[in-house]
Design a protein around this ligand. Sequence first.
Ligand code: PMP
Length: 356
Amino acid sequence: MFSVLRVAARSRGFATAVTVDGFTGAVGNTPLIYLKGLSEKTGSKIYGKAEFQNPGGSVKDRAALGVVRNAEEKGLIKPGGTVVEGTAGNTGIGLAHVCRARGYRCVIYMPDNQSQEKIDLLRMLGADVRPVPAVAYDNPKNYNHQARDYAQTLDNGIWTDQFDNTANAYAHYISTGPEIWEQTGGDLDGFICATGTGGTLAGVGKYLKEKSGGKTQIWLADPPGSVLTSYVSSGGQLIERSGSSITEGIGQGRITKNLGLFVDELSGAFTVPDEKSIAMIYELLDTEGLYIGASTALNVVAAVELAQKLGKGSKVATILCDGAYRYQSRLFSKKWLKLKGLEDAIPAHLKKYAVL
Ligand code: PMP
């Protein structure tokens, strides 16, 4: 009876169910979603890797699991130890889950300009959250340095160092990249995404480029206020960081060790303005039924632009990093949109979704 029902469900388009071991067993193996409306509009095939379906709700579950496993394998942390990280949110959420599942204490340093939803969730997951002033990386009070300094005071504790610990990119090289390759049958013209640590882009990019023998072009998408587009376009000049973006978790002022693994092999980079990202949040909700965060929206705008660059019929994939649930008090608030000067960026027929 049940097997008949399963076949019926599959034939009607439901995903196939698998049994896995615990939280960590549920990380990865996310669907690749064909974005029908946007594909038809552009005459290309646009795909989004549904990383919001990871058990902790974001692409960063993979990195969190990757850095903790790496530390365990190297004997750097023993049962009952403490995991310390500096994170704007999603890595912390992934780490908090992994720590609960594997019996570690979790301490998170984060800049104090992040959304309340993420802070609340971290605390509910049992993490010790320590908000610190949002200052630049070269300031010793930056959240990363504070995380490192605190970890150094612990006997059985590690700083997972998501920006410069390449176990992060490796997690994507051995999981996200191969999954996309398999899901597209290796037939992919382009892959593009924004970067925070650079782990996703470097890991996925390296795998797809190697496997395709260079056929799949790998591009970087940047929010305003990040220096990476100018770095890539100028052939390696680092400029001073200036400006800001409503997107959270992406944009960079330096070449992290994770991004450094692959930055020289990128085919190009471009910046997506916040106006386009915010409009895409609403468009994806309206046309695809997807409720996604701002970095995902930026990635999808970039995927469409890359598909246009590569020509009609091209196939392009990107990352759907997380859902809008963590940011809804901002992204769907009329007051917040007005404050950010973005209310007019949303097409009139989509404004009905801004219900807060
Ligand atoms: N989107 C969101 C919402 C994120 O939290 C992050 C990680 N900070 C990224 C994208 C970028 O991923 P990565 O760190 O692998 O570059």
